[in-house]
Design a protein around this ligand. Structure first.
Ligand code: WTA
Length: 641
């Protein structure tokens, strides 16, 4: 099988790009016609970026699970959809064919219906990386329920906030999750998250770790029991069926929470048809996926990368997706490479932070590894530094695998700027060129477009693309003010960007108060709020600083109520507080106790100064004359970490 819209040469890329910008409707209509629809669309695209209101394939009806599963059954039913590699290498791998995936997803859909879940209901999924997580996601999509996956590292408090925001009535979780030598008691975290919750009616618990759990009568049910019952309902005389709900093209598919520069995380909403096309098109073109290849995306499904490139992208293409439960450094730092050899992985898609950390372990973990199955390598989540790029290329790709440096965001649904593996030129540390459908522009501080090459500015997108964010759940105004108000008629990414002499893009990092720590997005305001909830903290300010391993580290300046407290102990308390309120991923790397913060006369904290101090750049702090009290800067410098 060949993929009809896979770009095979640089000329084809240029042609596709041109078409997609000149006539996006004709371009995407041709691609959409390769999918399974219950009813054809009336119009391909109508949109405005002021409300914003984005409409792709209006009037069309479809179900994404038929496109990810059913349409492959006739020809690829016994081919592998998912290979699951357990945390513990001594445990058995699981291989899930498309036929099996179909049956499981039908069973989950039936189970959800039995439990009272209806089209449009929000189902929160808080599970480890087990195949049942994929079944749960697709089971929701089959009946038209909106899934909202929460990463297993978030705290009970974070979950409680998200449940409330999404007004979720159903949860699917596990008793526990295994990650490295840690066992995370997921169900008991859910119990804590539900203490003050009045909405959740049912919690389904899948048994993974056999950790003792408490099951609340009437609310909590076992996955295994419910699935057994559902199996009898969906299977008749050896034939499995559960009719997929015909959904409107613009019905929401999922909500995924992500951090912004202000307030609590917001629920990014993606809708069905556009997201499906985008995940599929970008997957096929960026990675140049070929039928039968094994695609290993190392992300967690709790993040957008896992949604698009473990679940929806590969499955919509009838591909084989490898799902790994564990972490790259357990039982040792050779685990990824061992998995590549064991399953003959062809495409490895990972994050710069993982590459840097494995690089630091040296080459000894590579001596007995073959890695010759690899054809394409990918990087995502943060800027990749040249050293990591070269190490990845040389030691993992053996100099023969193209590396795709893929820039995108939770809000964009899929990859936006990237080279196409082996088709368009690569350049270390550059995401290079926009995909067809993506029209990037750079803006200056005053809102003027910067034209020409060898320039830098704030990255915006000018045209609507199928996979773009539709709204922020329950608060459309927030979507508008966050992304569509900074520059009229443009989507603002929050990233700074260079364009080189050949028109290649290089993302330089966030220009707002969002940090990127080990590829995880964290808002400074969120961390400050968490720190400030410690009873002894008067005020705090959080900034990022360059960190060798994590990309960015978190630096917190804290004003504490007494000056003669035990600093070491207080730091531990603050870390504990942040872990409890957000999760361990948001723990500051450095905490400096200060007597005051640099504020303007109107009371605004001058983060620019704090960033300079955190970076150790004392000589380029700049003008401090507008500060209410310029002497605080010297005080802070004296005790800087
Ligand atoms: C950053 C992850 C440089 C960027 C898919 C963006 C990158 C944020 C790259 C989105 C890349 C992602 N090069 N920076 N290849 N990919 N970023 O929502 O700052 O978790 O805005 O989505 O990660 O993070 P998110």
């Amino acid at each position: 099988m060949m993929y009809p819209y896979q770009i095979k040469s640089i000329e084809q890329y240029q042609e596709a790009y041109q078409k997609s910008i000149e006539n996006p409707e004709a371009f995407w209509e041709a691609i959409a016609s390769h999918f399974t629809w219950h009813k054809k669309w009336d119009s391909v695209l109508s949109y405005n970026f002021t409300e914003p209101k984005i409409n792709w394939f209006q009037g069309g009806k479809l179900n994404i699970t038929e496109n990810c599963i059913d349409r492959h059954l006739a020809t690829r039913g016994e081919e592998t959809a998912i290979i699951w590699e357990p945390n513990n290498p001594d445990e058995h791998t699981r291989v899930i064919t498309y036929n099996r995936l179909h049956k499981r997803v039908c069973m989950v859909a039936q189970m959800l219906r039995n439990l009272g879940v209806k089209k449009g209901d929000r189902v929160c999924i808080y599970m480890g990386m087990v195949p049942e997580l994929t079944y749960a996601i697709l089971g929701c999509a089959r009946i038209g329920a909106i899934h909202s996956v929460i990463f297993g590292g978030f705290s009970a408090q974070s979950i409680a906030d998200r449940l409330e925001d999404a007004q979720a009535e159903f949860i699917i979780t596990c008793d526990g999750a295994e990650r490295g030598n840690k066992n995370i008691p997921l169900k008991s975290v859910i119990d804590e998250a539900l203490i003050a919750n009045k909405l959740v009616k049912k919690v389904v618990v899948y048994t993974r770790t056999r950790t003792p759990v408490s099951m609340l009568k009437g609310r909590d049910v076992w996955w295994e029991d419910e699935m057994e019952q559902a199996e009898h309902q969906v299977e008749k005389n050896g034939v499995v069926s559960f009719p997929a709900e015909p959904m409107d093209a613009e019905d929401p598919l999922f909500i995924l929470y992500t951090s912004g520069s202000t307030g609590k995380p917001k629920g990014v909403v993606h809708s069905i048809a556009g997201y499906m096309l985008w995940a599929n098109y970008t997957f096929l073109n960026v990675f140049q996926y070929q039928v039968g290849q094994i695609h290993f995306c190392t992300a967690d499904i709790g993040w957008i990368t896992g949604h698009s490139y473990i679940v929806y992208g590969p499955l919509s293409a009838g591909g084989t997706s490898l799902m790994f439960e564990g972490i790259p450094t357990w039982p040792d730092a050779g685990r990824f490479w061992e998995i590549v050899d064991k399953h003959q992985v062809n495409i490895l898609y990972t994050a710069p932070t993982a590459i840097r950390s494995l690089m630091a372990y040296g080459l000894s973990y590579l001596v007995d590894k073959d890695l010759s199955s690899l054809k394409v390598l990918g990087s995502v989540g943060e800027p990749i530094n040249e050293e990591a790029w070269h190490w990845f290329s040389q030691h993992i790709g053996k100099g023969k695998c193209p590396i795709v440096d893929t820039w995108w965001q939770t809000e964009t649904g899929g990859i936006m700027i990237s080279n196409l593996a082996g088709i368009t030129p690569q350049k270390p540390a550059h995401a290079t060129l926009p995909l067809p459908g993506v029209l990037p522009v750079l803006l200056d501080e005053n809102g003027f477009e910067i034209v020409g090459n060898k320039v830098s500015g704030n990255l915006c997108i000018k045209l609507a693309w199928p996979g773009m964010i539709r709204t922020t759940y329950g608060d459309h105004e927030r979507c508008k003010s966050n992304y569509f108000s900074t520059y009229p008629n443009l989507y603002f990414t929050g990233d700074g960007c260079l364009r080189d002499e050949n028109g290649n893009y290089r993302i330089t990092g966030r220009v707002d108060d969002v940090l990127n720590v080990s590829g995880h997005r964290i808002g400074t305001a969120e961390v400050e709020n968490a720190i400030n909830s410690h009873s002894g903290v008067i005020e705090s300010a959080v900034v990022g600083y360059p960190h060798d391993m994590k990309g960015q580290g978190i630096y917190a300046y804290v004003i504490f109520e007494e000056s003669n407290h035990d600093h070491q102990l207080t730091k531990q308390d603050i870390l504990q507080t942040v872990t409890r309120i957000i999760g361990a991923i948001a723990k500051p790397d450095k905490i400096q106790f200060v007597n005051g913060l640099p504020k303007t006369r109107s009371g605004k904290i001058m983060r620019r100064i704090l960033r300079k101090i955190a970076e150790g750049e004392y000589n380029s702090i700049g003008d401090t004359s507008t500060l209410l009290d310029p002497t605080v800067v010297d005080d802070i410098k004296k005790t800087a970490l």
